[in-house]
Design a protein. Structure first.
Lengths: 261, 113
């Protein structure tokens, strides 16, 4: 059993003996009995639960957040669709900032160590989480990862989530801020097509701006859409591969890392 | 796939309650899902039997109670129906309307033996 959270780190399902299907009775008042009969099991009872499906994830996220605060670790949760350029953005960010701040990266992908290998090639520590069939990282997995890694106090921890503009928006990891990366090759209407993610994000990085002359992408329209779903979202336009406006992003990070007590 | 993770959380919640409330079988699960939550009821229904197989809720009936979206304008303080997360106020046009109902996703109650 895991000494941190008590999990077995295996399939946690309690396997109970399968039972013969009973005639199911609906005890809620919402269910009428008109027109059909029920066999009632004499021992059936109704239990009020009223428990959020994300409670468990949220409590792990709160533990992670407390850990980050205690150790002054500035944590970003980077989200995007696959191929928006999160890993390249991180590699270029690390190259520019690694001599000023300790940086650690947690990589989430369904399969392979490829992204973690790219990060390690820059000389910083990276841990790859393979989520298997899951389409997002969760706070429990991040809790284990930060204890496996040697994340320095007063440092930057970047969590690169699984490429997916839907599911990761629901799962708080304990991060300080959520950063959504959108590339100009994807279409300017992504913010209103996937509003949950842009609604949840604090900062949008509009990436691959060097390709704007070759694609049909209306930057101002995209920004209007993003602000429509999230009036408070910050936006930085940049190109990771060509370096255009990249310093605005690294300055944004430096300002926040320098403010750590 | 995201719904499968949520259903695994449902199963964990049932198993925790089985210990604290002393039951061994669940015959009915009622979920409360807000229409503004990023959960698709049909996907929950689709995955429910698969995730509950071999658990104490195998063969249980799934009921989903859907809650409409409601919002409160942060400028004129009037309530309104919300179809999406990001509509401006229908009364005054203000961009920021706080969601007051519709983001729920929870296990409401269980019928157990």
């Amino acid at each position: 059993m895991c000494g941190i959270c008590g999990c077995s780190q295996t399939n946690q399902t309690t396997k109970l003996k399968p039972v013969v299907k009973q005639n199911q009775h609906l005890l809620t008042s919402a269910h009428g009995h008109a027109g059909h009969a029920h066999d009632h099991h004499e021992n059936e009872r109704l239990i009020q639960v009223e428990q959020n499906l994300l409670n468990k994830n949220n409590s792990y996220a709160a533990q992670n957040r407390a850990y980050f605060k205690q150790h002054q670790i500035f944590t970003l949760n980077l989200v995007s669709s696959p191929g928006a350029g999160k890993t390249t953005l991180l590699v270029e960010t690390i190259k520019r900032l690694k001599d000023r701040f300790p940086i650690t990266v947690i990589e989430g992908d369904q399969q392979t160590e490829r992204d973690a290998d790219r990060i390690r090639a820059t000389g910083v520590q990276a841990l790859q989480i393979n989520t298997g069939r899951a389409c997002h990282l969760d706070a429990h997995g991040i809790g284990h990862a930060i204890r496996e890694l040697d994340v320095k106090d007063h440092s930057l921890l970047a969590i690169e989530n699984v490429g997916n503009l839907v599911c990761p928006s629901s799962f708080d990891l304990g991060e300080a801020l959520k950063v959504v990366v959108l590339s100009v090759t994807e279409g300017d209407d992504k913010p209103i097509k996937y509003p949950d993610m842009f609604h949840a994000a604090d900062l949008m990085l509009l990436n691959k701006t060097d390709l704007l002359p070759y694609v049909d992408f209306d930057v101002e329209q995209c920004i209007r859409y993003a602000r429509q779903v999230n009036p408070d979202i910050e936006i930085i336009k940049l190109s990771s591969t060509k370096g255009d406006n990249f310093s605005t992003w690294t300055d944004w990070l430096t300002e926040r890392l320098s403010a750590l007590p | 796939m995201h719904e499968l993770s949520l259903l695994e959380n449902v199963r964990d919640i049932l198993e925790e309650h089985a210990v604290t409330q002393n039951f061994s079988k669940v015959t009915q699960v009622t979920l409360e899902i807000g229409k503004l939550s990023c959960v698709e009821p049909e996907a929950l229904r689709f995955g429910f039997d698969v995730v509950m197989k071999d658990s104490l809720a195998e063969n249980a009936t799934l009921l989903i109670s859907e809650l409409d979206g409601l919002g409160l304008c942060q400028q004129c303080h009037r309530e309104m129906q919300m179809k999406t997360l990001y509509e401006p106020c229908i009364h005054c046009g203000h961009a920021f309307v706080r969601i007051t109902q519709g983001a729920e996703m929870k296990v409401k109650d269980l019928v157990v033996i």
